[in-house]
Design a protein around this ligand. Sequence first.
Ligand SMILES: C[S@@+](CC[C@H](N)C(=O)[O-])C[C@H]1O[C@@H](n2cnc3c(N)ncnc32)[C@H](O)[C@@H]1O
Length: 217
Amino acid sequence: MPGRARERTGRGMDGSTAAHWEAVWAAQDPEAVSWYQRDPAVSLSLILEAVPDHDAAIVDVGGGASMLVDRLLDTGYVDVTVLDLSQVALDHSQARLGERAGSVSWVHADVTIHRFDRVFDLWHDRAVLHFLVDPDDRARYREAASAAVRPGGHLVVATFALDGPERCSGLPVVRHGPGELTDLFAGAFEPVGFVGEVHVTPAGVPQPFQYGHFRRR
Ligand SMILES: C[S@@+](CC[C@H](N)C(=O)[O-])C[C@H]1O[C@@H](n2cnc3c(N)ncnc32)[C@H](O)[C@@H]1O
């Protein structure tokens, strides 16, 4: 069981990236952002398949104000951590969860520089990796995930697919298919499976996503 104190380690990839995300989350209704999902069904089903034991340690990196943490708690998971660069986003989730927020570990940090003082059975990321357009940041992300996932543990990552949008939230993205994800994580993780999903934004715009499930070697 993790400690429940909030951690603050790292102020962002640079000040402007952190400021961008704080401004995005401060300006918008969390249920109106393009990536909002009331029911993160694909993530939840991949997580349930990978780690059916509810004692599994799960971290959602760049979790923002996602409903995934709610669904994980609803399902019975007891060791859930949410990391995000934006404190405003974490505040949204904590307010939504109310008392239940106390049973989650919250980390305000940059995923590319934060180093956890523990390991996880599963690392989940939806729509964060694709913002890392700098190869050095992508390498740092891979190192962070490799360090945080125990041998035999799982990585579930979702990015815009190869036919997905080229930008999101005013920022350029790197799109991935199964091959691109496999190449990025090669060495540390082996592929288990891939799932595509067409997410429909609250404004009704379809956005193809690519999910990948990997296992730590
Ligand atoms: C498009 S949103 C996705 C949020 C959530 N995963 C979801 O599916 O609803 C991207 C999130 O990643 C966070 N983020 C962006 N860059 C980050 C970084 N380097 N480290 C940690 N979080 C980051 C943003 O603050 C934002 O909450």
